[in-house]
Structures are given as C-alpha cells and as structure tokens.
Design a protein around this ligand. Structure first.
Ligand SMILES: [Zn+2]
Length: 142
C-alpha cells in the first residue's frame, strides 16, 4: 500500500451495508467489487442486485485492481481548502469487466503525463476508517 498526502482531508462517503465492503477492503489491500453469485457479473456501484440476471445473491470479490483510464479531467480550481488545486479525476474500467467503472483520483504522476487508455493500478488512502481507492500509473502493464 502506498501512502499519498495530496489529499490531507478528503470528503468521505457515507458507508451503508451495500457499500461498506467496497470502502473498507483496502484495509487488507483488496479492491472488493460486488459480484453476482449466479452469473458472476460484477456490479458497481454495489446495490445488492444483479442487473444481468436479477439475482439478489451477491458477494464481494477481490479483483486485480488493474484497469485502464477510460476518461479523465484535470481540476485546476481549489474548490475546498482541503483539496489540492490541481488533481486528476478519472474514470477507470477494471480489467475483469469493462462495464465496471470507478470514478477516482489518479495520483503519483504529473497531471500533464496522464493519457487516455493508460494502464493503471489501485492503491488506497485511509482516512477515518475508510480506504479510498485511488489509481496510479501501472508501469508493469503494456
Ligand atoms: Zn447475475
């Protein structure tokens, strides 16, 4: 797990029974994505319901944490005193299933070096019991 201090005080999500596993899996270094027991479809954001086969039998499955940057935006404005002035907000598609899209910050790289379709991997930033998934360039991927 890599620590980053770009976001000293990040606004945190409210944890619910549907989302708690997703937000706390980073404690064990795992990105946990809800998966359907019946058809193995990955469901994100977690809802307890499979849109593919309409099953309500689901569990949280550790995934590789690897994916690609589908789209991104570079923020240039200081919206809140706790947030850095310049940061990257991205949409990542996971290697396991393209339809799983995570909205997240891309860190540990110069925002000007961020590219579409860039391979990325997950890391976590802990704050107040919430392990926020972030992504950084995956130098090992091609
Ligand atoms: Zn299903």
């Amino acid at each position: 797990m890599t620590e980053t201090s770009e976001f000293p005080l990040r606004p945190l999500p409210a944890l619910t029974k549907d989302t708690e596993a997703f937000w706390t899996g980073g404690k064990d270094g795992q990105l946990l994505i809800e998966q359907c027991d019946r058809c193995a479809y990955y469901i994100h954001p977690p809802t307890g319901f499979c849109p593919q086969c309409e099953s309500r039998d689901t569990h949280f499955q550790p995934v590789s944490g690897k994916g690609r940057l589908l789209s991104f935006s570079i923020n240039h404005r200081k919206w809140m005193p706790e947030l850095p002035e310049r940061y990257v907000l991205g949409i990542v598609t996971l290697a396991e299933q393209e339809e799983v899209r995570l909205v997240c910050n891309v860190v540990n790289c110069d925002p000007d070096a961020v590219e579409f379709d860039m391979p990325v991997k997950v890391l976590f930033e802990e704050q107040d019991g919430c392990w926020v998934p972030l992504f950084e360039p995956d130098g090992d991927a091609t």
